[in-house]
Write a protein that binds this ligand. Structure first.
Ligand SMILES: Nc1ncnc2c1ncn2[C@@H]1O[C@H](COP(=O)(O)OP(=O)(O)OP(=O)(O)O)[C@@H](O)[C@H]1O
Ligand SMILES: [Mg+2]
Length: 239
């Protein structure tokens, strides 16, 4: 589904992420771990095209996305749920979700179908469809952010720390939704700091340290390494 090779990206003064090689197979859920500042969000931005300063190859289904603008990348099926659940606060839940359909083919029937799909996945959003997004709880806002990405019918979903700062109950609710998406065969790349969330959900994990992929391991094997802080420290030492 996704094949990244030799990808480097940054913000104008040298590369923040360097020589990234990673693959995600169709239907697979893969974790991207790493300490604060490792470059995880930068990498997602380079994949989704919100960060234009990038070199290397990002292939999806054989097409190189690297030269494409972000809207064309969305149209190709790669969609990012950004860090920090950016939404349009003065707009309703429904209007925020509708923004995700800009690149969707198939007219109003298709849009209605996507609304049904997202409201079924997040019944809370259906109840609050006319509420202004800015007045939602943090968890509900995260549901809108994920829902908006799903409205465009992605083939590959990139999730950037979707559970950050959320209470355990709502974390569970969103986890259930992501589990349901996984069972439908949706391919996902999940950036996550907590192993107990990331590893049961995924089959493989990449660990990023100082802008590079320092380790790739099957998730169950990584789960056996209890101390993530120590792992990051050991990997950073070798860099
Ligand atoms: N817009 C930007 N302009 C310049 N530098 C940036 C920008 N965004 C991030 N950086 C820098 O890039 C590096 C990697 O940041 P990034 O946000 O990708 O890390 P991260 O792994 O996502 O961290 P976190 O876990 O805290 O979200 C950091 O040194 C950061 O300061
Ligand atoms: Mg980040």
């Amino acid at each position: 589904m996704l094949e990244v090779s030799g990808l480097s990206a940054g913000y104008g003064h040298g590369s923040v992420v360097q020589d990234i090689n990673l693959q995600v197979a169709r239907g697979e859920a893969v974790a991207l771990l790493g300490p604060n500042g490792a470059g995880k969000s930068t990498l997602l931005g380079a994949l989704s095209g919100t960060l234009r300063e990038r070199t290397g190859a990002v292939r999806m289904g054989g097409i190189d996305l690297c030269g494409l603008p972000s809207h064309a990348i969305v149209a190709a099926g790669l969609v990012q749920v950004p860090e920090g659940r950016r939404m349009f606060a003065p707009m309703s839940v429904e209007d925020n979700l509708r923004l995700g359909t800009v690149r969707l083919q198939g007219g109003s029937a298709r849009v209605a179908q996507q609304f049904d799909y997202v409201y079924q996945l997040f019944p809370r959003l259906a109840e609050r469809r006319h509420q202004l997004a800015g007045t939602l709880s943090g968890g509900e806002q995260q549901m809108v952010a994920i829902g908006r990405a799903l409205m465009s019918s992605p083939r590959l979903l990139l999730l950037d720390e979707p559970f950050l700062g959320l209470a355990p109950l709502v974390v569970q609710e969103i986890r259930h939704a992501l589990d349901a998406l996984r069972t439908t065969g949706l391919t996902m790349l999940l950036v996550e700091q907590k192993l107990d969330i990331a590893l049961p959900f995924t089959t493989r994990a990449y660990v990023m340290v100082k802008g590079r992929i320092a380790l790739e391991q099957p998730s169950p094997q990584l789960a056996a390494r209890a101390d993530l802080g120590q792992l990051y420290f050991d990997l950073a030492k070798d860099r």
